[in-house]
Write a protein that binds this ligand. Sequence first.
Ligand code: MG
Ligand code: MG
Length: 261
Amino acid sequence: MSVQKSWSELQTMARAARLVIETLDLLEAAAVPGATTGDLDRIAQENIEKAGARPAFLGYRGFPATLCASVNEEVVHGIPGSRKLREGDIVGLDLGCILDGFFGDSARTVAVGQVSPEAESLMTATRGALLAGVEVCRPGQRVGDIGHAVQSHAESRGYSVVREFVGHGIGTSLHEEPQVPNYGPPGRRERLVPGMCLAIEPMVNAGVPDVEVLGDGWTAVTKDRRLSAHFEYAVAVTAYGPWILSEPYPYAELEAEAAHA
Ligand code: MG
Ligand code: MG
């Protein structure tokens, strides 16, 4: 069971989540043909440290960078370096920070220049699968309902979901209980309660769901080398519904109404 966060803890979680999103905005703008994934990593580290936070992935189990940058058939955990982005690439940007003791963790896949309709469609479906999962984050639902919603969305569009990597609880640790798979039957696993914070992060493949890890020990690629996309938000379960922590709290009016009813 993930730790239920207090209101003030959620405020700190939200600041960490916003810093990650603001940094991803900078990286998306910088992901142009000719830029290297190492360039993006430097921008990420500088922006996080400028805000008084620290990179969450740098040194995590020995990961050597601030950013995970996963190009085309790379699913997750790509190591930034001298690789130059090319027109038509898609690049998954996964970034975490720790701010005042709480973690932010978010990912998005972005287009480098003009990309194929197939790549656009995969990215749209993956982001849609994430939002379908977020929508389920309400008290009384179960963790399995999230995975079921994600999988249904992706597969109904002809794609497959990766099984080897999962979403997770998030808070004072980067990875807390429970695990949040992107697949499986509804009605199973932990029940969602207000104050739970979950990082939901579908990885969706154009072809087969299978992945393998390259010789660097980190970079996961699709077994068939077809494209993969990855989107992630940290979400709080509230009494009123899901709160994507990088967005303004959406239920202030509802709360005020309830208080005066
Ligand atoms: Mg992440
Ligand atoms: Mg994560």
